[in-house]
Design a protein around this ligand. Structure first.
Ligand SMILES: [Zn+2]
Length: 134
């Protein structure tokens, strides 16, 4: 999607994160009985700047982040934190884990773990969910 095809209607744009940043509606995923898959693109002013995907186990109230990607110029301005906070708000009380972090993202995850002690451990073993895939 680019500016020319950027929808006018807020419902079609998805979730408003403020400052012209939107999370697209989730792409259809392969949902199982207890687990659902979610994938959002991230846009600023109608231009794609990244994406985030995650699986959620509703039986265990657990979520596993797949990938959180932002364009280089969008990094280090708190946007990743805002995306994660919004996802937490939509799944209140759910615990979060991440798939193995890239070395370059380690300072980011260190900050996130300081803000959310005990959260964002590596893999679903950090919360003993048998339903998610990683
Ligand atoms: Zn589970």
């Amino acid at each position: 999607m680019d500016k020319a095809t950027w929808p006018v209607s807020p419902a079609a744009r998805g979730i408003d994160l403020g400052d012209e940043v939107w999370l697209s509606p989730s792409q259809p995923g392969h949902d199982g009985e207890t687990a659902t898959f979610h994938a959002h693109r991230i846009y600023r002013s109608g231009v794609e700047i990244g994406g985030v995907d995650y699986q959620v186990c509703h039986a265990c109230r657990a979520a596993l982040l797949g990938e959180l990607k932002l364009a280089t110029e969008e990094q280090r301005h708190g946007l990743g934190t805002r995306v994660l906070d919004r996802l937490r708000r939509d799944l209140p009380g759910y615990r979060w884990a991440i798939t193995p972090e890239k070395p370059a993202a380690r300072p980011f995850w260190d900050r996130i773990r300081t803000a959310h002690p005990g959260e964002y451990g590596l893999g679903v073993r950090s919360f003993e969910c048998a339903h998610l895939l990683f």
